[in-house]
Design a binder for this molecule. Structure first.
Ligand code: PLP
Length: 224
C-alpha cells in the first residue's frame, strides 16, 4: 500500500513535469495538490514520507478529524479546501486551511472576511467558476465572475489569487480550461486551479498553476 502510494505519487509528478515541458512552461510552475479526501491518515502518511506537502480535502469536518495530528508530526504541510464551503464553517475553514478554492458567493466572502480579520490568518483564496453552468455544481457563472471578484475586493476586502473550476464530467475539459484561463487573464490573475486525475495534463496545457489530483495517487475512492 505505502509503496504503491509513493510510486503513484512519483508517477504523477513525472507526468506533471512532462506536461510542463510539452507546454513550454517553466519546470516547477505547476504545483500538485494531492487530494486525500476519504483516505485515512495511514493512507496519507506514505505521501508525506515521500515528500508531498500540499494536500486537498473537500470537507471541513473530515479534514479537522485527521489533519491536526498529521500536521503535528509535519508542521510544513499546506492544506487546501477544494470542496463547497458553508458560511457557518468559515471559522473552522480559516483556522485549518492555507488555501480555499471555493469562494463563490457574497455570503461566503463576507464570512471569510470577518474570520480572516478575527483570526489574523490569510489563506490563499480562489473563486470557483461554474464553467459548464451546471445547476447542481457550485461556482459563480462565467459572465458574473469579474463583478464578483471586484465585490470580494472592494466590499469584502478579500485578496483573491485566482480562479478554480471543475468541468462537467461528460464533456471534453479543454474548452472549460480555456474559458477559465481567459477569465483569469482578463481579470489579471496568475493562479489557475484546474485539472484532476483524468485531465491534469490538459489543464497544464491551458495554464493550470495548481492541479488537484486524488485517485491517480491514492487509488480509487469508495463511492460517496
Ligand atoms: C475529488 C476532487 C478532486 C480529485 O479528483 P480525482 O479525480 O480523484 O483526481 C479534484 N478536485 C475536486 C474539487 C475534488 O472534489
Amino acid at each position: 500500500m505505502s509503496l504503491r502510494v509513493a510510486e503513484q505519487l512519483s508517477a504523477v509528478q513525472a507526468r506533471i513535469s512532462a506536461a510542463e515541458e510539452a507546454a513550454r512552461r517553466a519546470p516547477g510552475s505547476v504545483r500538485l495538490v494531492a487530494v486525500s479526501k476519504t483516505f485515512a491518515a495511514d493512507a496519507i502518511q506514505p505521501a508525506i514520507d515521500a515528500g508531498q506537502r500540499r494536500f486537498g480535502e473537500n470537507r471541513v469536518q473530515e479534514a479537522q478529524g485527521k489533519w491536526p495530528a498529521l500536521r503535528e508530526a509535519t508542521p510544513d504541510i499546506e492544506l487546501h479546501l477544494i470542496g463547497p464551503l458553508q458560511s457557518n464553517k468559515a471559522r473552522e475553514a480559516v483556522a485549518l486551511f492555507d488555501a480555499i478554492h471555493t469562494v463563490d458567493r457574497d455570503k461566503i466572502a463576507a464570512a471569510l472576511a470577518s474570520e480572516i480579520v478575527r483570526q489574523n490568518r490569510r489563506p490563499q483564496l480562489f473563486v470557483q467558476v461554474n464553467t459548464g453552468l451546471e445547476p447542481q455544481k457550485a461556482g459563480i457563472a462565467p459572465r458574473e465572475t469579474r463583478a464578483f471578484v471586484e465585490r470580494c475586493r472592494d466590499e469584502h476586502g478579500l485578496v483573491i489569487s485566482g480562479l478554480m473550476c471543475i468541468p462537467p464530467a461528460d464533456e471534453a475539459p479543454g474548452p472549460h480550461f480555456a474559458l477559465l484561463a481567459k477569465l483569469a487573464k482578463e481579470i489579471g490573475f496568475a493562479e489557475l486551479s484546474m485539472g484532476m486525475s483524468g485531465d491534469f495534463e490538459t489543464a497544464i496545457a491551458f495554464g493550470a498553476t495548481l492541479v488537484r489530483v486524488g485517485g491517480a495517487i491514492f487509488g480509487s475512492r469508495p463511492p460517496l
